[in-house]
Design a binder for this molecule. Structure first.
Ligand SMILES: *Cc1c(COP(=O)(O)O)cnc(C)c1O
Length: 298
């Protein structure tokens, strides 16, 4: 539905294939669509079909000012001709980011929620719910999202990789990859959030009552660069060089941290010699819109 995955392909990454005997490629999910970029499409697709099947009068979700999820949902709602509503963390006067403006342009109704109240999603839902509304958890977190993410590994043959490495926010994509990979593969999740100690439990919760044998998995913390949207010069430098040498656009929140972590882990011989690594380019460049103009060459 809606989206055609033929642009997705595997790209070798020279920066990450060095003399340590590790080969690294990247799965360019970001090329799937200019707006519904990367993993957000996969996480959304079964939610959308459920909403359509239920003849939902609106699809409702949550997000911050630079949320890839919000803009993807706004666009998807527009093509599916279903109204969308976004509950946005922050207040309207200070937080009209280009991302939110774009979501509004696609027809999403934005409802701003102060930071304190935003923490309690259940209460927001109770207060605002309408019959016919279809709610998607923040970031698409949930088994329905993970089921869609499992389809990521069906697009091209990825069975010859020993490790599939992804950035984790909610961990929904990682859970899907664990479900979609073979039992011989390891899914390595790089956490982009600081002190995200509940990540493992959150991923496990999406895997319970799974019948199929899953891939192995491991969580790596310590590559959050100080927190969600933090972007020290070190990270920006890597992003500039990836653009120049590999023609690879990355974002400050997820994929730049992913590549940085992979590079560092390779240098530290974290992966055994002969490993074949597949990094997931999960898309979503919205975070870069929070940077001053011309910080990045793309
Ligand atoms: C949302 C997002 C992620 C995180 O996905 P989760 O399923 O929440 O872990 C990773 N990369 C990009 C580019 C994203 O937009």
């Amino acid at each position: 539905m809606l989206i055609n995955s033929q642009n997705i392909h595997i790209q070798p990454i020279q920066t990450l294939s060095n003399t340590t005997g590790v080969h690294t490629d990247m799965l360019r999910l970001d090329l799937i669509h200019p707006v519904i970029s990367g993993n957000k499409w996969f996480k959304l697709k079964y939610y959308l079909s459920e909403a359509i099947a239920q003849q939902a009068t609106a699809i409702v979700s949550f997000g911050g000012a630079y949320s890839n999820h919000i803009v993807a949902l706004a666009y998807a709602g527009r093509i599916a001709a279903i109204p969308t509503i976004g509950f946005i963390r922050g207040d309207a006067s200070t937080e009209r980011s280009p991302t939110l403006q774009e979501a509004a342009d696609y027809g999403m109704e934005l409802i701003f929620i102060d930071r304190e109240s935003y923490r309690n999603k259940l209460l927001i839902k109770q207060k605002h719910d309408h019959p016919g509304w279809y709610w998607i958890p923040e970031g698409g977190y949930g088994k329905t999202g993970a089921k869609g993410a499992a389809d990521i590994l069906k697009i091209v043959d990825t069975t010859n990789y020993t490790h599939i490495i992804c950035a984790t926010g909610t961990g929904t994509m990682m859970a899907g990859l664990i479900q979609g990979a073979t039992a011989l593969q390891t899914i390595t999740g790089i956490s982009v959030l600081k002190n995200h100690t509940s990540l493992e439990d959150e991923v496990m919760a999406l895997l319970e009552d799974e019948q199929v044998p899953n891939a192995k998995y491991q969580f790596v913390h310590g590559y959050d660069f100080g927190g969600y949207a933090k972007h020290p010069e070190l990270l920006l430098d890597l992003m500039r060089s990836l653009w120049i040498t590999e023609k690879l656009p990355t974002d400050i929140v997820y994929t730049a941290k992913l590549v940085y972590a992979a590079k560092d882990l390779i240098a530290k011989q974290f992966f055994p010699t002969g490993s074949r690594l597949l990094l997931i380019h999960s898309g979503g460049l919205q975070g870069n819109r929070s940077l001053p103009a011309n910080t990045l060459p793309f």
